[in-house]
Write a protein that binds this ligand. Structure first.
Ligand SMILES: [Zn+2]
Ligand SMILES: [Zn+2]
Length: 632
């Protein structure tokens, strides 16, 4: 017998001696590879092979498969779609601690520590109220693959009802959330409804705790797994439903190879396991809405659309006062006087975007990246947001010897100072990555604001978490930096960000400050009109064959030598041209150099990434990303 074994480098065939006759797909084995021994996972067992000179499997590392057939198939589909090796995809499915234990031939966890919250023997869940859409219920009970796009606010009732229905069928459910901060509220709700059968996988867990939960899930000792990224791979033996809430969130996109999007992986997994998948959002991703429009997904409306919160747009050209317009100042003061709370959002941290010599205009750049250094008043220093490089702020211009400097463009640090002097006595809490590094610190700051704070100010984070009811004013100091990104998705991002902010507060007003009040996106936001916004944007994108009517594949070449990076990408471009592909580039990336490496890229427009990887062979030296979200 022979086994196909997935390693990080690719799949390889090995001979299975008689003593390994029992091995099946999903079993971890030790195999010789080049001059060393590696752990791999068997993905296929066959009677014959055409491969010559095969080596033998050295040892089996477990007496049974550690991954089920469904997950093995998923890794294979992911590998084809993302142009990665199957071994790399499997690696995502095994927590590091589990991998280490298996490699060293140790038991995964001690029996006594495996949690058991099985529903068996307990009363089965009887759906009490019939809140569930009949189509969803039907798909759950008939074990049918179907993707639903749940559109609108107030999605939780549908989620809970469908999980209840799944548990009633004796199956398990995965519930994915984009932010860990959102998870806690959801888990509370679920525990009160379903009891202790909820496993929560989040980034705060220690490796060992994660491994113990993982093993409990694998044995079917839980009914529901709630989590963010890795929870999509929860190894349930009898999975019946996957839910992805806020499916349009960029947080679902992996930040490293193979750069998968967890939302898309969820749909792939549901298809393999023949189960329904529910994607939910009040501002669906264009990709999902496109699929719903052409009946690939079924569109469901929650029936609850935006509680029309007033959005006020302030034209900053008419202001001379600095970061806060007169209108926002006035509203902030009124809100505080009523004893209510204010949230202020600014997309940038730090004090100023750069520092500039007033005599000759010299601006210090990061020596390793092609970006300006951000200025921090605290410590009077300059810092690179891409590589972390730091230096003292100059006291003398390195170009002309001048000593007068300006610090244009405001970040959260400067805003904090402005607000402190404008609203004396107000308790101000700042949240950004400069001062809050761990989730625990974030949670503490957030709780602090809930209990004692008056004004919360910060970057992305402050508009991603549900705010206490006493928040009645959200000021978006500036959306312009996001709008000016050289990326076709900027309007979509601004739209979804502001609409999500609307979801975060119960009542009150949103004030938006901008230098582009004419931008048509703002009108759609004011009118709560996702569908028209989508149609308008879609027309523009289709003209240029951009997603969602196509897929983009980004090919990136980097090198410490500029010439090398360019030559390499030009070679790839030549190949693509020969094959007749449509692409943008080859050109320098918007940020041409990061951490000392020059960067060139190509964006290929394809209808099916699988076909692209099947027909093209790319050099190993380039990195490839399917459906990129960030094109910097
Ligand atoms: Zn100068
Ligand atoms: Zn840098």
């Amino acid at each position: 017998m022979y086994a196909e074994v997935a390693l990080a480098q690719g799949n390889f065939v090995y001979f299975l001696g008689d003593e390994f006759g029992w091995i099946s797909p999903g079993c971890p084995v030790l195999v010789p590879f080049r001059n060393s021994t590696r752990m791999g996972i068997v993905v296929k067992v066959m009677a014959t092979t055409t491969v010559e000179k095969v080596k033998s499997v050295k040892a089996a590392l477990s007496e049974e498969p550690i991954l089920g057939r469904g997950l093995i198939s998923l890794s294979s589909i992911m590998a084809e779609y993302y142009g990665a090796s199957q071994g790399k995809c499997i690696k995502l499915m095994l927590p590091p601690w589990v991998r280490e234990r298996i490699k060293n031939g140790k038991p995964l966890v001690y029996e006594s520590r495996v949690p058991d919250h099985r529903q068996a023997g307990k009363e089965p869940f009887e759906p009490k109220e019939q809140k569930l859409h009949p189509e969803v219920q039907n798909a759950i009970s008939s074990h049918r693959f179907k993707t639903f796009l749940l559109f609108g606010e107030g999605r939780m009732d549908t989620y809970l009802a469908s999980i209840e229905c799944t548990l009633g069928e004796g199956r398990e459910a995965i519930f994915l959330q984009s932010e860990i901060a959102l998870t806690f509220g959801v888990v509370e709700k679920m525990r009160s409804k379903f009891g202790d059968c909820i496993a929560v996988l989040h980034s705060k867990l220690r490796q060992k705790e994660r491994a113990i939960l993982w093993e409990g899930i694998r044995r079917g000792n839980f009914g529901v797994c709630v989590g963010s990224m890795s929870a999509v791979f929860a190894p349930f033996p009898n999975l019946g439903l996957i839910i992805v809430d806020r499916e349009d969130s960029d947080a679902y996109k992996a930040e490293q190879h193979p750069w998968h999007n967890v939302r898309d992986v969820a749909v792939m997994r549901a298809k393999i396991d023949k189960i329904p998948c529910i994607l939910g959002s009040s501002t669906p991703s264009f990709e999902s809405f496109y699929n719903a429009k052409r009946d690939k997904y079924e569109l469901l409306h929650t029936g609850k659309t935006g509680r029309t919160l007033p959005v006020t747009i302030v034209d900053m050209h008419k202001e001379k006062t600095g970061a806060l317009s007169r209108y926002l100042m006035k509203r902030t003061r009124e809100t505080l006087d009523r004893g209510e709370k204010v949230v202020l959002f600014l997309p940038r941290k730090g004090y100023s975007q750069f520092c500039m010599c007033l005599d000759c205009g010299w601006i210090p750049y990061c020596p390793r990246c092609s970006v300006t250094l951000n200025y921090y008043k605290k410590g009077h220093k300059l810092k690179c947001h891409y590589c972390g490089y730091e230096r003292p702020a100059p006291t003398m211009c390195e170009n002309c010897g001048g000593i007068r400097f300006a610090y244009p463009g405001g970040g959260t640090e400067r805003l904090e100072m402005t607000i402190k002097s404008a609203f004396r006595g107000a308790r101000i809490i700042r949240m950004d990555k400069d001062i809050l590094r761990t989730p625990a610190e974030c949670e503490r700051a957030y709780r602090d604001f809930k209990e004692n704070g008056d004004i919360l100010l910060g970057t992305q984070f402050v508009i991603r978490v549900p705010q206490p009811e006493s928040v009645t004013l959200v000021g978006m100091i500036s959306c312009d930096p996001i709008l000016s990104f050289p990326d076709f998705r900027t309007s979509e991002r601004v739209f979804s960000q502001i609409m999500k902010t609307k979801e975060m507060i119960k009542k009150g007003e949103i004030v938006l400050q901008t230098y582009n009040p004419q931008n048509p996106t703002f009108n759609y936001i004011k009118n709560d009109d996702y569908v028209s916004f989508y149609s308008e944007e879609f027309k523009k994108r289709r003209r240029f064959k951009l997603p969602p009517s196509s897929h983009l594949i980004r090919i990136l070449s980097t090198s410490t030598e500029k010439e090398k990076a360019r030559e390499f990408i030009n070679g790839v471009a030549e190949e693509l041209r020969k094959c007749g592909y449509q692409f943008l580039g080859a050109s320098p990336c918007p940020i041409e150099r990061i951490k000392g490496r020059w960067r060139y890229h190509i964006l290929v427009k394809v209808s099916d990434p699988r076909k692209f990887f099947h027909n093209t062979s790319l050099p190993r030296a380039v990195s490839v990303e399917v459906d990129p979200r960030d094109m910097m």
